[in-house]
Design a protein around this ligand. Structure first.
Ligand code: S3P
Ligand code: PEP
Length: 422
C-alpha cells in the first residue's frame, strides 16, 4: 500500500524564512548548454533533485563530464558525444524533450526510456522534427531510439507546440551545433509556457549564441560555438509557491530569500496571483515576503504562460470562498499526470467543488474535510495536498516522496517552516 503522509495542520499563522534550492528549468538548460559548450562550465547552486540528476546522468552517458565542484556546484566538461548509451528520462519533461536533439549529435545508438507515466507524455513532435532534420529516430514516444551519426544538418522545421513549449526549447538548445543552425516555426492553435521559451532564448544569448525571435512564433538560431557557462542558478520560483501559499492560507508571513529582481522564471507570476487573491507581496533585498489576508479572494485567471503553477493556484482557490476560474491550461492533461482530472478528483474527494472545463478548472471555495490525497506521481499534486492540509485536518498525502522530482527534501522543509519535527 502507498504510504500516506499526514499533512501537518498549521496551528498558528506561518511565520518563516524559507531558502529554496535552484531552479529546475535553469539547471537543466544550463546542463545541456554546458555539455555542448566549448569549455568547462561552472554551475553554482544548481538544483540537485531527481529531474536534474537524471539530466546529469543522461549527459554523462553521452560522454560529457558532470562532476561535483565546491559547495554543491557542478563542473561540466564537454566531450565528443557518443553512443551506445541509455537515457533514463524518469518523468522529466526536460530530459525527454531536451536530450534527443543532443543524442542526434552523438555518434551511435542512444536508447531512451522512463517511468510508466512518462510513456504517456507527448513527445512525437520533437522526434518528428528531428527526423525531418535528417536524424534517424525509431519510435514516437518512450521508449524510443536515436541512431546518431555525429552531425545534424539542421535548417528549418515547422511544428505544433501546443502540447508543450519544451518541444521548441529542446530543439533550440542544441541548434547552435547543427551545421546550418535552425529555424523553428510554431503553427499550433496555442503556445503554452512562452516565458520558458524566452528563458531558453535568453540562456542561449548569454552563452554567445545568436538567436532571432522578432517574428511571432518563430525562432532562428545561428550555428556557432556555445561559450562555457559561469552561472549562479536562481532559486526555483515555482517550487517556492507552495511555501508562499502557506503564508497566504494561514494569514501568516513568509520570506523567500534571493528572489531575483529580474528573472525569466515564470514562477515570478505568483506575486501577482497572490496579490489578486488578497495577500501582499513585497520584494526587497531580503527576498520576497508574502503576508496572508484574513480571507482569500477567488480568482479568474489565464494560466497558459505559467501552467506549472496550477496545482498551487487550485489549492489556494479551493480555500477561497467564491468561484475561481483557471483558464488556458488544456495542455496540463499531458503533464506528469492529467492535472485537470487529478485536481478535480482529489478536491471533490475532500468535499470540494471542482469541475473541469475545456481548457481549465472551475473551483468553488467550499468547506473541506480530511481524507487521502492521491499524488499521481506528480510532485506538484503532492505539494498542493500539503497546502490544503495546513487548513484542513486529516489530509493524508500519498507518495510525498514524489516531491523529490524537483525538491530534495520537501517534508523536511515543510516541517521546518512550521517549526515541527519532520
Ligand atoms: O521548459 C521548461 O523548463 C518547462 C516548461 C513548461 O512545460 P510545458 O510547456 O510542457 O507546460 C513547464 O510546465 C515545465 O514545468 C518546465
Ligand atoms: C510540468 C512540469 O514538469 P516537466 O519538466 O516534467 O514537464 C512541472 O514541473 O510542473
Amino acid at each position: 500500500m502507498t504510504q500516506l503522509w499526514p499533512a501537518p495542520v498549521a496551528d498558528a499563522p506561518v511565520r518563516a524564512t524559507v531558502p529554496l534550492p535552484g531552479s529546475k528549468s535553469i539547471t537543466n538548460r544550463a546542463l545541456v548548454l554546458a555539455a555542448l559548450a566549448s569549455g568547462t562550465s561552472t554551475l553554482r547552486a544548481p538544483l540537485r533533485s531527481r529531474d536534474t540528476e537524471l539530466m546529469a546522468a543522461a549527459l554523462r552517458s553521452l560522454g560529457a563530464q558532470v562532476q561535483d565542484g565546491p559547495g554543491g556546484s557542478w563542473l561540466v566538461a564537454p566531450a565528443e558525444l557518443r553512443g551506445p548509451a541509455h537515457v533514463d528520462c524518469g518523468l522529466a519533461g526536460t530530459v525527454m524533450r531536451f536530450v534527443p536533439p543532443v543524442a542526434a549529435l552523438a555518434e551511435g545508438r542512444v536508447e531512451f526510456d522512463g517511468d510508466p507515466q512518462a510513456r504517456k507524455r507527448p513527445l512525437d513532435t520533437v522526434l518528428d522534427a528531428l527526423r525531418s532534420l535528417g536524424a534517424d529516430v525509431v519510435g514516437s514516444s518512450l521508449p524510443f531510439e536515436v541512431r546518431g551519426t555525429g552531425t545534424l544538418v539542421g535548417g528549418e522545421v515547422t511544428i505544433d507546440a501546443s502540447a508543450s513549449s519544451q518541444f521548441v526549447s529542446g530543439l533550440l538548445l542544441s541548434a547552435p551545433c547543427f551545421a546550418e543552425g535552425l529555424t523553428v516555426r510554431h503553427v499550433g492553435e496555442t503556445l503554452p509556457s512562452q516565458p520558458h521559451i524566452d528563458m531558453t532564448v535568453a540562456m542561449l544569448r548569454a552563452a554567445g549564441v545568436e538567436v532571432a525571435d522578432d517574428e511571432p512564433d518563430t525562432w532562428r538560431v545561428s550555428p556557432g560555438p556555445i561559450r562555457a557557462l559561469d552561472l549562479d542558478v536562481e532559486p526555483d520560483l515555482s517550487n517556492a509557491t507552495p511555501f508562499l501559499a502557506a503564508a497566504a492560507v494561514t494569514g501568516g508571513s513568509l520570506t523567500v530569500p534571493g528572489w531575483p529582481a529580474e528573472t525569466t522564471q515564470p514562477g515570478d507570476a505568483i506575486r501577482d496571483i497572490l496579490t489578486r487573491m488578497g495577500a501582499t507581496a513585497t520584494r526587497d533585498e531580503s527576498g520576497l515576503t508574502v503576508s496572508g489576508p484574513g480571507e482569500l479572494a477567488p480568482i479568474d485567471i489565464d494560466l497558459r504562460e505559467v501552467g506549472e503553477l496550477t496545482p498551487t493556484v487550485a489549492a489556494l482557490a479551493a480555500l477561497a470562498p467564491g468561484t475561481s476560474r483557471l483558464r488556458g491550461i488544456a495542455h496540463l492533461r499531458g503533464h506528469e499526470t492529467d492535472r485537470l482530472a487529478a485536481l478535480e478528483t482529489e478536491l471533490n474527494k475532500l468535499g470540494g467543488s471542482a469541475r473541469q472545463t475545456d481548457d481549465g478548472l472551475l473551483i468553488e471555495g467550499a468547506p473541506l474535510h480530511g481524507g487521502s490525497w492521491h499524488s499521481y506521481a506528480d510532485h506538484r499534486m503532492a505539494t498542493a495536498g500539503a497546502i490544503l492540509g495546513l487548513r484542513v485536518p486529516g489530509v493524508e498525502v500519498a507518495d510525498i516522496a514524489t516531491t523529490g522530482k524537483t525538491i530534495p527534501d520537501f517534508p523536511g522543509m515543510w516541517a521546518e517552516m512550521l517549526g515541527k519535527q519532520a
